[in-house]
Design a protein around this ligand. Structure first.
Ligand SMILES: Nc1ncnc2c1ncn2[C@@H]1O[C@H](COP(=O)(O)OP(=O)(O)OP(=O)(O)O)[C@@H](O)[C@H]1O
Ligand SMILES: O=c1ccn([C@@H]2O[C@H](COP(=O)(O)O)[C@@H](O)[C@H]2O)c(=O)[nH]1
Length: 229
């Protein structure tokens, strides 16, 4: 099997409000170094919508008296595609496919990096990551966001939430529920969770900006974060 890392990159780390150019530069250096160490290595970057998705979805809800989930999702998808186009440009020497919109069919992986963005309404880019993992035979998805671990509840709203190092899919399902809501802030979305559990994938969730820790994950070492399996 090819040596492919599936990186589910939260928009919250790449473009939380403004584009985080310093982080993207550091991340590029990190990933290029890893790729250059071994010609068999490849990476798939699936990028979320970040601040733009949330802002534009909120604006739509403020303007429209009868906002639909589907329209909100399409607005979020547009933000992911803008972020995806940026990353494709950043990795242009390694990425020769267009930004992947349909994770089931698009892209022949001509280069060493593939960049994917939002596909269609009903889920987040977490789901697109799981579809790409299935398609390319990867067993693990790295879910990188603005939070270092998954907690027993949202730590931003519940001060008593406790971090968890390891959990089963059944345990995680109790946390995330079944319902999809556009723009939902959650470590891994419920639709992606269902498919990942069915496929028996492992998700390693960690802070996206901690590249020292990310290297440990790439090297299969102990890391700071949460494993769902
Ligand atoms: N049980 C939980 N454990 C950890 N974080 C949680 C939990 N429940 C909700 N959250 C929230 O999920 C957020 C991370 O998900 P979010 O969707 O914002 O990030 P992302 O995937 O990096 O970005 P984006 O969705 O913009 O691409 C955290 O900042 C936290 O507030
Ligand atoms: O395949 C997809 C991907 C995304 N969306 C919508 O976009 C936003 C932003 O994506 P994140 O992965 O959460 O950053 C998401 O909340 C959905 O509303 C989608 O509908 N389909």
């Amino acid at each position: 099997m090819e040596n492919i890392q599936i990186l589910d990159l939260g928009g919250s780390i790449v473009a939380p409000d403004q584009v985080d150019t310093e982080f993207i530069k550091e991340f590029k250096t990190f990933l290029v170094n890893w790729l250059d160490e071994d010609e068999s290595r490849k990476a798939i970057l699936i990028i979320g919508g970040g601040g733009a998705a949330r802002k534009y979805q909120t604006a739509y809800r403020d303007i429209d008296n009868n906002p639909t989930d589907e329209e909100q999702d399409w607005i979020g998808i547009a933000a992911t595609r803008l972020n995806g186009q940026l990353l494709k440009g950043v990795f242009k020497d390694y990425c020769f496919d267009d930004v992947i919109i349909n994770p089931e069919t698009e892209g022949s992986f001509k280069g060493r990096v593939m960049v994917a963005a939002g596909w269609k309404p009903g889920f987040s880019t977490d789901y697109d990551s799981v579809v790409l993992a299935k398609r390319f035979g990867a067993k693990t998805v790295l879910s990188l966001s603005n939070i270092a671990k998954i907690y027993t509840d949202d730590p931003k709203t519940n001060p008593n939430a406790e971090p968890v190092d390891n959990m089963t899919w059944d345990e995680y399902k109790k946390l995330c529920g079944n319902e999809w809501t556009p723009g939902k802030n959650i470590p891994f979305d419920p639709v992606a969770t269902k498919l990942a559990a069915e496929l028996g994938l492992t998700v390693k969730a960690a802070a996206g900006k901690d590249l020292y820790n990310l290297k440990k994950i790439f090297d299969g070492k102990d890391f700071f974060g949460t494993t769902i399996s």
